[in-house]
Design a protein around this ligand. Structure first.
Ligand code: FNR
Length: 190
């Protein structure tokens, strides 16, 4: 069995983040070929190209963490109909310095949850646009807009509803197939 390391970025800095609960659920429901862990964005300073000649340690660690995984999964809230500033800041760090874009040819997926009925759909469209510019092969479908209702997922990532659990399992199966295809057809080296 070939296994793939998947780093997930949670777009929220909140301690009680419902998107982190979703990420934990995805880690539990993923097929055994995918090994998920969080890549933290919370200790990154605000990006400026003044740092390009000498990145701070937190940013180097972040870029190395992305380099070390086969794929990245974004699990993000929607803030004011876009992605949170903290997540955009993290992507800006990873994309620089010029010529050292961590997302180039790195397979990615996007998912998110919100109490609102459209379940982060607008934020996800913005994020897709950003990742497209970053030259990341991005899974087009399944799309996953999860409306978070009370008790849907607990702090340990247990999903209280078999319909949602089944859908999230299917999402991760699709993501596995996507990562296999991209890394087979479009190897990162060279
Ligand atoms: C929100 N929220 C929100 N929800 C939504 O569906 N669309 C939106 O545009 C926004 N905008 C927004 C802005 C800001 C600044 C905050 C703090 C919140 C509500 C949001 O979905 C809710 O707080 C979730 O709990 C956020 O996810 P995390 O941070 O808990 O993972």
């Amino acid at each position: 069995m070939t296994t793939y390391k998947v780093g997930y970025l949670v777009g929220s800095l909140a301690k009680a983040s419902i998107n982190r609960k979703l990420a934990k659920a995805l880690a539990k429901l993923a097929p055994p070929e995918l090994q998920l862990h969080e890549i933290s964005i919370g200790d990154l300073p605000l990006y400026s190209y003044d740092y390009d000649a000498d990145f701070p340690e937190a940013a180097n660690r972040f870029k190395q963490a992305i380099a070390d995984v086969d794929a990245v999964l974004f699990v993000t809230p929607e803030y004011n109909r876009s992605i949170p500033g903290a997540l955009k800041n993290a992507i800006d760090w990873a994309s620089r310095p010029y010529g050292h874009n961590s997302f180039s040819r790195k397979p990615t997926g996007v998912i998110g949850t919100s109490p609102g009925a459209i379940g982060t759909a607008v934020a996800q469209q913005h994020l897709r646009s950003v990742l497209c510019f970053c030259n990341s092969p991005l899974m087009n479908t399944l799309e996953a807009y999860i409306q978070f209702t009370p008790g849907l997922i607990d702090d340990e990532g247990n999903v209280g509803n078999e319909g949602t659990a089944g859908f999230l399992r299917k999402y991760m199966q699709e993501f596995h197939g996507f990562v296999v295809r991209v890394t087979t057809v479009l190897p990162r080296a060279g």
